[in-house]
Design a binder for this molecule. Structure first.
Ligand code: TGC
Ligand code: FAD
Length: 405
């Protein structure tokens, strides 16, 4: 978008975001001063820089590319990774808080940040060589580079073990063939973390750079969800990947699944932001909208909705906070992460649907954020493991029996 148009948008929509976060159980007492400071500064940044423009971009189904650098500046990329690589050196709760504040504005913006931090920087940090860490992490942290994560394929979504993308050892390089689909950030990414099978049929990670011959990233159009986030395919036709671009320290599906633990944790916090925004909007509307000569908030049916929303937000906050403590102590299990992702996304979606109803016809209008949140959350309940898959992970944890296949 032209700069002058962007400035007009900022001007027209400044100070319109009146968001006030619910904290019914005084959960701020569980946070440190640093957590609260970061939360408040990201919240203010979102109000000033994102809220005025997000609806415009979502309506046009366009990714606001200019925010990548800004997200880097506010420390939204890999805040939980070490300072020595240009990252934030903070804890997992800080990471969760930042995801919450970004998703309070839009799940697509949180997607951009969680893919970059958990699915691109984290695998390089965890499984990469020292040379890879030094080369890529500072640029990804600052937003100079944008990355994406390629696991899902056209025929293998919930079951990535079946992936067909593969590479062969050609002596001085690897030769990569195959394709990935539904990849967030793909159309604009400078690098892709690509999970592919080696000649032994074992999954390994490769860093594929834009510009490698035979590598293309066609954009996926016609989405009714995550419209302000760019989604695309990754297509590899005899792509020569230098040997130094292989992530040397992991083999097997546990590589990508370990990264997903971090990203799913971030989602369990992020969606609380979307839920809080819907609740806050519906609450304010219910006090202003008069029907039958009184505010609709005075009717019991509307109060039931608000009371249940606040209850579920509070429960989600407690779950996410406790999971953050377990993550900080290195004790969180994949099944605990699945429970929080599954529960919090489902409740955010229910809250979005209920609050949309509370606004009546206005609920479908872009004047309010609710319908956008609702449509975004339909993707969030599907990606990073569908609602069903997380239930099956929990089922297996409880019974010891695998119901996947
Ligand atoms: P299974 O045999 O159970 O496990 C294979 C190996 O992986 C290990 N493992 C894990 N390791 C770390 N963390 C986890 N959460 C792990 N889960 C399993 C496991 O111990 C084993 O290791 P080893 O050493 O014995 O080899 O695997 P399976 O093939 O039966 O599949 C299990 C299942 C279904 C749970 C898994 O495939 C799964 O989670 N499927 C869902 C796929 C998914 O989540 N895709 C997400 C794609 S990325 C994305 O959506 C990004 S959206 C980004 C955005 O925009 O925000
Ligand atoms: P399928 O696996 O085909 O599932 C279809 C249905 O069958 C679902 O309801 C599922 O729950 C159910 N099902 C599947 N297996 C079972 C079973 N064993 N038992 C019971 N029910 C089952 N992927 C990436 O790799 N990187 C990304 O950046 C990324 N970004 C995304 C962005 C968006 C907007 C979307 C929509 C998706 C993104 N994904 C990404 C892909 C996402 O992770 C997959 O869509 C998801 O894992 C589900 O895979 P699928 O779509 O192939 O559905």
């Amino acid at each position: 978008m032209e700069n002058s148009k962007l400035e007009d948008l900022f001007e027209a929509n400044q100070n319109k975001d009146k968001f006030q976060a619910p904290d019914f159980y005084v959960l701020d007492e569980l946070l440190t001063e640093e957590h609260i400071l970061i939360r408040n500064s990201v919240r203010e940044w979102v109000k000033k820089e994102l809220s005025p423009i997000i609806e415009y971009y979502a309506q046009r189904s366009e990714f606001p590319r200019h925010i990548v650098k800004k997200l880097g500046e506010i420390g939204a990329f890999g805040p939980q990774l070490p300072v020595e690589y240009g990252c934030g050196g903070m804890d997992y709760i800080t990471y969760g808080i930042i995801m919450q504040e970004l998703e309070r504005c839009d799940s697509g913006i949180r997607s951009t940040a969680s893919v970059q931090g958990s699915l691109v920087m984290y695998p390089i940090f965890k499984f990469g060589s020292e040379e890879q860490k030094k080369h890529y992490l500072p640029k990804l942290a600052s937003g100079e580079m944008l990355g994406c994560f390629g696991l899902t394929e056209p025929d293998h979504g919930s079951n990535p073990e079946g992936m067909q993308t593969h590479f062969t050892d050609e002596g001085d390089h690897y030769l990569l063939n195959g394709s990935k689909m539904w990849i967030s950030n793909a159309p604009f990414a400078d690098i892709a973390i690509v999970w592919a099978k080696n000649e032994k049929g074992k999954v390994q990670g490769l860093i594929v750079e834009r510009g490698f011959d035979g590598f293309t990233t066609p954009e996926t159009h016609n989405k009714w969800s995550l419209r302000a986030s760019a989604t695309g395919e990754l297509v590899f036709q005899n792509v020569k990947v230098p040997k130094k671009n292989l992530l040397p320290n992991v083999e097997g599906l546990k590589g990508p699944l370990t990264c997903l633990n971090s990203a799913r944790f971030g989602i369990s916090w992020g969606v609380i932001g979307a839920a809080m925004d819907c609740y806050d909007t519906a609450k304010r509307y219910s006090l202003e909208r008069i029907q039958f000569n009184k505010p609709i908030g005075g009717f019991q049916l509307q109060q039931k909705k608000l009371a249940e929303m606040l209850t579920e937000i509070t429960k989600a906050q407690l779950l996410a906070w406790r999971l953050g403590v377990l993550m900080n102590n290195g004790k969180a299990t994949p099944a605990q992460i699945s429970m929080a992702k599954r529960n919090n996304v489902e409740n955010a979606l229910i809250i979005a649907r209920e609050s949309r109803q509370m606004l009546g016809g206005m609920g479908i209008s872009g004047e309010f954020s609710i319908m956008r949140h609702m449509m975004n959350l339909e993707s969030v309940i599907t990606y990073e493991g569908t609602h069903d898959i997380h239930l099956l992970i929990l089922g297996m944890e409880i019974t010891g029996l695998n119901a996947f296949n």
